[in-house]
Write a protein that binds this ligand. Structure first.
Ligand code: GSH
Length: 215
């Protein structure tokens, strides 16, 4: 059995953070498919009792440990492997600051926006989508500005702050209805730098469930 198991599915950018990190550190891991779209498995009482009381992916299993929240998983893997690890108190706090901003305001809006656009039946209310799009544009611009002055979020080296922030950014532009890389040149260059890291793989190649049945 592989050392790590990751509950995930291909369309989840939240899970991609953890899957990508496992690949980047060269971990021995295997995905455990969660049928989010057809069975809503993450909402079942069994899942909430046995896997994650929060009813979410990703969940990382490592021996007796079962971790959820991608920021926690990234921290755990960075500390265990010594890779993508922020160094010293200032960097640790800075990484946490960007991971929280990402979870709440960057990919935290981008994920639901894409979900409401292409997966929800019926699709989301246009007013809700317009609200989210305004926040997304604003927050991506903040990340783009940050990356104008440095190659990675904390500086010269990639850390878990970068692995967190790429969550939804490699999914195809047509899934969002706008092209993030074309609209944000510094983000585009940074996504290229992240893509060049040994172990990088696209979310649709890394996690099971793509294409969706019937798609
Ligand atoms: N902040 C969490 C977000 C996790 C999350 O929202 N995952 C979604 C899938 S992309 C989920 O499982 N949602 C449960 C549901 O909608 O029922 C993290 O970073 O791990």
């Amino acid at each position: 059995m592989p050392e790590y198991q990751l509950y995930c599915f291909a369309q989840s950018g939240n899970a991609y953070r953890a899957a990508l990190m496992l690949n980047l550190i060269g971990a021995d891991w295997a995905p455990v498919f969660v049928d989010f779209f057809v069975k809503g498995e993450q909402r079942t009482p069994e899942y909430r009792t046995n896997v994650n009381e929060m009813g979410e992916v990703p969940v990382l299993v490592h021996g007796a440990k079962k971790l959820s929240q991608s920021g926690v998983i990234l921290t755990y893997l960075a500390e265990r492997s010594g890779q993508y690890l922020p160094q010293g108190e200032d960097e640790r706090l800075e990484a946490l600051r960007w991971i929280i901003f990402d979870n709440q305001k960057v990919n935290g809006f981008l994920g639901p926006y894409r979900f409401l656009r292409i997966f929800a039946k019926p699709p989301g209310d246009p007013k809700v989508l317009a609200f989210l799009k305004g926040r997304i544009d604003n927050n991506l611009a903040i990340v783009d500005k940050r990356l104008a002055a440095r190659p990675f979020i904390l500086g010269e080296r990639p850390t878990i702050a970068d692995v967190s922030l790429v969550a939804y950014l490699y999914y195809p532009a047509q899934e969002f209805g706008f092209d993030i890389a074309a609209e944000h040149r510094n983000i585009a260059a940074w996504l290229g730098r992240m893509r060049a890291l040994p172990g990088w793989a696209h979310p649709y190649d890394l996690m099971p469930g793509h294409p969706m049945p019937g798609a």
